[in-house]
Ligand binder design. Structure first.
Ligand SMILES: NC(=O)c1ccc[n+]([C@@H]2O[C@H](COP(=O)([O-])OP(=O)(O)OC[C@H]3O[C@@H](n4cnc5c(N)ncnc54)[C@H](O)[C@@H]3O)[C@@H](O)[C@H]2O)c1
Length: 269
């Protein structure tokens, strides 16, 4: 268990959308947040320290990892990037962060996985985290790789972890799909906080969604982790309808991964 009053947490991807929400939500409760990103981070609080670095810089990572009790790994690029970038940042970068953490004796890792780890399941299947992964893209494949590495580190090295299969992180839902897949900023903070504080999460994979009325996944692990979502995308239905968003018609997609399942394959060299 991580003691927020004493522990140093390393947050990667700290300048990003989710990283910023996590900083703001966690820093009032946590003793020390060490932040890293290749982009600058502004408005540091007195209990935050920032190191600007590329995730490929293993020496910088090793220096950062000293004295760190837990890593929250949010660095990543979206699926639109070239396969080369996806491989360098979302695969090799994950490997480097996890491996440097292991070598430094870090005992807990929280990882930004994705709903695209199971995107090829039909929407009629309420996917639980114990179902075999069915990634819908190389982006999803590399998220499954991260989850698999964490399984290995748990079984071989006793490192506890929580892989968060994040749905659609946004300030609010924007379309019919995100009415089901939305993860609100404060629910994201709660998920990471619970993942750090839980006494023994083992090697947990969790569907990281708000408590949306239209959820199309199921998750017994929410109870295990002590996660009680505070938000429900349904609150925004009327506002979306008023904006002309089709919130009532049949779904545009048949699979959990939405458009990802139908993208042309990237050139693989
Ligand atoms: N936003 C979502 O809905 C969503 C859904 C599923 C999974 N995720 C995952 O959550 C994580 C965070 O997503 P986000 O929405 O905050 O993305 P984001 O793009 O806003 O943030 C990612 C951060 O990673 C940093 N980064 C990228 N490449 C880097 C490199 N080579 N070295 C150092 N830093 C680098 C970027 O500068 C950025 O600040 C990602 O791993 C993403 O795949 C996000």
């Amino acid at each position: 268990m991580i003691d927020p009053a004493k522990s140093c947490i390393l947050l990667t991807g700290a300048a990003g959308e989710i990283g910023t929400a996590l900083r703001l939500g966690l820093r009032p409760q946590y003793h020390h947040l060490l932040l890293t990103d290749r982009r600058p981070v502004a408005d540091l609080a007195s209990n935050e320290r920032f190191v600007q670095a590329d995730i490929a810089d293993r020496d910088a990572l090793a220096a950062m990892m000293q004295g760190v009790e837990a890593v929250v790994h949010m660095t990543g690029v979206p699926a639109e990037h070239t396969l080369e970038d996806l491989f360098r940042i979302n695969a090799r970068g994950v490997f480097d962060v996890f491996e440097v953490a292991r070598l430094a004796g870090v005992k807990r890792i929280v990882f930004a996985s994705s709903n695209h780890a199971f995107g090829c399941y039909p929407l009629t299947t309420p996917v639980t985290p114990d179902a075999p992964p069915r990634p819908d893209s190389f982006y999803g494949v590399f998220k499954v790789m991260g989850e698999t590495m964490l399984r290995y580190y748990h079984d071989r090295h006793g490192i506890a972890s929580v892989s968060l299969r994040i749905g659609t992180f946004r300030p609010q839902p924007i379309d019919q799909r995100s009415l089901a897949s939305w993860l609100s900023p404060r629910d994201a903070v709660q998920l990471v906080d619970r993942s750090l504080r839980h006494p023994a999460p083992g090697c947990l994979v969790i569907n990281a969604y708000s408590g949306n009325t239209r959820l199309k996944v199921r998750d017994p692990n929410w109870e295990f982790l002590g996660y009680r979502p505070q938000d429900d995308a349904e609150r925004y239905v009327e506002a979306l309808r008023a904006q002309g968003v089709d919130v009532d018609g049949p779904w545009e997609w048949r699979e959990h991964g939405g458009a990802f399942v139908h993208q042309p394959e990237k050139p693989t060299g």
